[in-house]
Write a protein that binds this ligand. Structure first.
Ligand SMILES: Nc1ncnc2c1ncn2[C@@H]1O[C@H](COP(=O)(O)OP(=O)(O)OP(=O)(O)O)[C@@H](O)[C@H]1O
Ligand SMILES: [Mg+2]
Length: 231
């Protein structure tokens, strides 16, 4: 059974569709990238999958059943790192992590994996830097022991060294059987990390395939001016 199965999805805001007729699946253990230019509908898709937005048409199933709300998504072992990161800014780093973490050991392990955050565990979250906040949000999602992990703008704000660590962590969680669907602006990184990718443009899927196959295809077309692909 796929972890996530989207069939004929129409999604949008206030009944205005921005994503049309989208088919997308993610299997357990698979890393899937959702790519496309600004405004293509990537965040709208993720918001709909996790129940924050109602689908306007079609079907979204998580492990064989629809998800109707964010609360239900969490119960169903779906973790979502939204574009705004969804952290409690007035709480400390440690309080944010322990609110989500299933066990004390899980939080400790994450501090070891990401020592920059480990050193800041007593700091108020609002005071974290632009790169530390997204990293903490990812740690919170990882600490849920989710079976389906959705990450919007996965490497936004992160330094190159942290991005490399994070790519290893994503590979590790997928190797443990977690299904990962992520949105990423760095196309080269995304296609190297993912097993498969979907490219949205104006709300429709215009390309899909294995990451390595799409790398050549995209460098010549959609992302011809992206220096991370061509340079
Ligand atoms: N709350 C909203 N109300 C109305 N329209 C919205 C809302 N949020 C997004 N949109 C519109 O829906 C379209 C898709 O937006 P979406 O945020 O899904 O794009 P995206 O692919 O995530 O883009 P980006 O790469 O810039 O994050 C855009 O045209 C956007 O203006
Ligand atoms: Mg977006």
């Amino acid at each position: 059974m796929p972890a996530l199965e989207i069939r004929g999805l129409t999604a949008g805001h206030q009944s205005v569709p921005v994503v049309r007729d989208l088919d997308l699946t993610v299997s357990p253990g698979e890393i899937v990238a959702l790519l496309g230019p600004n405004g293509a509908g990537k965040t709208t898709t993720l918001d709909t999958v996790c129940g924050a937005l109602p689908a306007l048409g079609g079907a979204v199933q998580v492990f064989g059943r629809p998800v109707k709300s964010l609360r239900e998504a969490a119960r169903r072992r779906l973790a979502y790192v939204p574009e705004n990161r969804g952290l409690f800014r007035s709480l400390t780093v440690d309080e944010n992590l322990r609110l989500r973490s299933r066990t004390r050991a899980a939080a400790g392990e994450l501090y070891e994996r990401f020592p920059t955050i480990g050193r800041l565990r007593n700091r108020q979250t609002a005071l974290l830097s632009g790169g530390e906040q997204p990293l903490l949000a990812l740690m919170c999602a990882l600490s849920l022991n989710a079976e389906l992990l959705l990450v919007d703008e996965m490497t936004m704000g992160l330094s190159p060294a942290v991005v490399l660590d994070l790519a290893e962590v994503i590979k590790q969680v997928a190797a443990d059987g977690v299904a990962v669907l992520f949105v990423e602006q760095h196309v080269h990184l995304a296609l190297e990390l993912c097993d498969r990718a979907y490219v949205l443009n104006h709300g429709s899927c215009v390309l899909e395939g294995a990451g390595d196959e799409l790398l050549g295809e995209l460098s010549a077309t959609y992302f011809a001016h992206d220096p991370s692909v061509n340079g």
